[in-house]
Design a protein around this ligand. Structure first.
Ligand SMILES: Cc1cc2nc3c(=O)[nH]c(=O)nc-3n(C[C@H](O)[C@H](O)[C@H](O)COP(=O)(O)OP(=O)(O)OC[C@H]3O[C@@H](n4cnc5c(N)ncnc54)[C@H](O)[C@@H]3O)c2cc1C
Length: 676
């Protein structure tokens, strides 16, 4: 069989693949409106465009495929060079205040591993939010101007998830008016903080305050760890990098051991607590705010979840629109595009729906978080508890889903996706820790459960829950009256899908709460031992529902002008829901919401949607504009060049710098020649 393939692209000759050109002709909506939304507004997108223009023409900032073969040292140095260059170009822009735009370009330029990412977010935020006015005036401008470089040192060898269990001590010495930082045991070694290993000269150390013989619990302390001039560790600390990791190797995660390191009393951050000259300790406001900076980290990871997924989708979808395998029918000359296989669309369609759903959720979440940050400065803790709930739950569910999706997209590109040049392996590896840091995902789901339980208890007592938990009122009407579906159009109603997802969440929550209330054991025993595995699906179903709600409401409330774009959004919102209901529907049968035959109709609806969305896949994913200069992918570039570049980069790879291999004479020849 002779195979006549449409011409694939060539990035070198600036020729776009015929298949990609044909796909782009299906554009029927305002792509820029979607782009602006994804980037958190027109201004952010303009800012990102400015940076990408600079990047493309700058020899240092320009991303290069050789990066995929860099050692750790080379990766770190390369990223540092980039930051220095960005700083030279526009110091103010490199450090922007916390905003959606900041996260977007920094994520894409550094693939989530900006050398001073933790400094700019966690460290600066600690100073901003947890210092009193005097401390802020002294340190904030220094930190923002990179005059001091800091890391966030909370985790220890012995304690990660249990943040209140850290053992580092900060003992007040009344005689000298100083605080002495110590690592009393091996498990108290600070282990993991990013940028601690090599880069920073300050650390925000979370340690137990001991004053007048009493332990007042964990507080943040600003600790200088390296000399300003020669960058040597100060006396009283032992510091180093923790070694090579599964991914994230461009980051110098470090360890630090304190041995009687003295800092001034004024270096304890004192917005929410106070230590006076006599060593008297006083709490001011809400101590939970001490860990509020972690909220920022989680919002960031929630944001990254959609960026990472966008990236993988862009590469995978372009590849699948050009790559062809097997003929449509026996004897056909033309092979079928990967994207035309229903099995392929069953992966990519829902992933696109999730990535857009995450964007809607993040848009709402960032607004809430900014409000909280503004309030904290005036000791207004407003929606701290709700935000803790949302960020824990969303961080856990979104990062897990995105990580799994990135891996699946990588696999769906076959061997080409396994190759580093595709950009997908490093994306996956560097995305991997998002499921662990800022709170392990299992622990995060457990934490998110608390506010659900509090609100469901209100409902059970006949009271109104917080409006975010309005769907919990459904538990009063479970099991529901059977509603037999008769047509696909019914199953595509957003109202119906909303009720289905809300009911699924409500049923799982009620299922858990009934067991919780009737099980005779301590709360600790119930939550950790007897009923723990029921918590996770309950929280996940709740998160999937509230995310759907952000999506559905956001389509109408974000002021989108293009009707066709809204149509695509609605279809993706339906697809999100139908995919969810396909994957997890047992509880809807149990409570009577689904009846015999419902899944058959849902399956028809899902297939219909996949067909409707299919022609728009390329225009939709290409709205998540990541230029070739940032993407650096041998199979996902905008030209649909899926072959030439792969081969060219292969030819130029490090192992091909010579025709033989190092050690050929000493290690191979003696065996071949039978000389051993
Ligand atoms: C790349 C990377 C960068 C990091 N950067 C920083 C940083 O800058 N600063 C910093 O301070 N820390 C940092 N960390 C540390 C990170 O925050 C911790 O790894 C994380 O909080 C999890 O803690 P742990 O590793 O001790 O795991 P553990 O808490 O020991 O968890 C191990 C396992 O036990 C389970 N588990 C724990 N508690 C429970 C429970 N109550 N119920 C059920 N299961 C439970 C978890 O689900 C998990 O599966 C970083 C980590 C990584 C991987």
């Amino acid at each position: 069989m002779q195979n006549i393939l449409p011409k694939t692209g060539s990035i070198k000759d600036k020729v776009v693949a015929e298949d990609l050109l044909a796909e782009r002709k299906n554009l029927n909506f305002d792509q820029l409106e979607l782009t602006n939304f994804v980037f958190g507004g027109e201004e952010n997108y303009k800012n990102y465009q400015e940076w990408t223009k600079i990047l493309e023409s700058d020899p240092i900032l320009h991303n290069h495929h050789e990066f995929y073969e860099f050692t750790r040292e080379e990766q770190i140095e390369h990223n540092l060079q980039k930051v220095k260059r960005m700083y030279e170009i526009d110091k103010k822009k490199y450090f922007q205040d916390y905003s959606e735009g900041y996260f977007q370009w920094y994520y894409y330029i550094f693939k989530g591993i900006s050398p001073y990412g933790l400094h700019s977010t966690m460290f600066v935020s600690c100073i901003d939010c947890l210092s009193d006015d005097e401390q802020r005036a002294k340190w904030l401008h220094m930190a923002k101007d990179f005059k001091m470089l800091g890391c966030y040192a909370q985790t220890e060898l012995g304690h990660g998830s249990n943040v209140t269990g850290v053992e580092t001590t900060a003992t007040f010495d009344k005689q000298t008016d100083e605080i002495i930082i110590n690592t009393p045991t091996i498990t108290a070694t600070k282990f993991w903080p990013g940028e601690l290993g090599k880069l920073t000269n300050f650390a925000m150390v979370y340690a137990n305050l001991i004053s007048n013989g009493k332990n007042y619990g964990v507080q943040p302390f600003l600790v200088q760890i390296r000399d300003f001039e020669n960058h040597q560790p100060v006396q009283g600390v032992e510091i180093g990098d923790i070694g090579s990791k599964f991914g994230f190797n461009g980051k110098d995660n470090g360890f630090i051991i304190f041995n009687n390191l003295r800092i001034p009393r004024g270096n304890m951050l004192q917005r929410f607590s106070e230590l006076d000259r006599e060593g008297n300790f006083k709490v001011k406001g809400n101590q939970k705010a001490l860990f509020s900076v972690m909220l920022m980290g989680r919002v960031q990871l929630i944001n990254f979840s959609s960026f990472g997924l966008h990236w993988a989708l862009l590469v995978g979808t372009r590849y699948a629109a050009v790559r062809r395998q097997f003929a449509n029918q026996e004897g056909d000359k033309l092979e079928r595009k990967l994207l035309d296989y229903q099995t392929h669309m069953m992966k990519y369609g829902p992933f696109l729906a999730y990535s857009i759903a995450f964007r809607f959720a993040v848009t709402d979440l960032i607004k809430m978080h900014k409000k909280l940050l503004a309030g904290l400065v005036n000791n207004d803790f407003g929606n701290l508890e709700l935000l803790h709930h949302i960020t824990s739950g969303y961080k856990s569910v979104f990062t897990t889903l995105s990580y799994d999706a990135i891996d699946e997209i990588r696999q769906s590109c076959g061997g080409a996706g396994f190759l580093s040049w595709s950009s997908l392996p490093s994306l996956q590896q560097d995305f991997a820790p998002n499921t662990t840091f800022e709170g392990d995902n299992t622990v995060m789901l457990q934490q998110a459960a608390r506010l659900i339980m509090k609100n469901v208890t209100l409902v059970m007592k006949g009271k109104k829950p917080h409006e975010f938990f309005a769907h919990l009122e459904l538990i009063k009407d479970l099991p529901v009256a059977n509603k037999t579906l008769s047509s696909v159009s019914e199953v595509l109603e957003l109202e119906y899908l909303d009720l289905a997802l809300a009911t699924r969440a409500a049923f799982k929550i009620r299922f858990f709460m009934e067991k919780y209330m009737t099980t005779e054991a301590t709360e600790n025993e119930k939550l950790n031992s007897l009923l723990a595995i029921d918590i996770l699906p309950m929280v996940k179903a709740h998160v999937m529902y509230t995310t759907f709600r952000h999506f559905r409401q956001g389509i109408e409330s974000n002021g989108f002008k293009c009707e066709n774009l809204k149509k695509h959004f609605r279809n993706l919102c339906r697809l999100y829901a139908l995919n969810e209901l396909t994957q997890d529907n047992q509880s809807l049968y149990e409570c009577g919401f689904f009846t015999q035959g419902t899944m058959k109709i849902i399956s028809q609806g899902l297939k219909q949607l996949l067909q409707e969305i299919r022609p728009h896949m390329i225009p939709l994913v290409e709205s998540l504009r990541i230029p070739d200069s940032i993407l650096v992918s041998s199979i996902g570039n905008s030209y649909g060049d899926i072959y030439e570049t792969q081969l060219e980069w292969a030819k130029g790879s490090r192992l091909n710098k010579s025709t033989t291999i190092k050690g050929f004479k000493e290690l191979i020849l003696p065996i071949v020649n039978g000389k051993l």
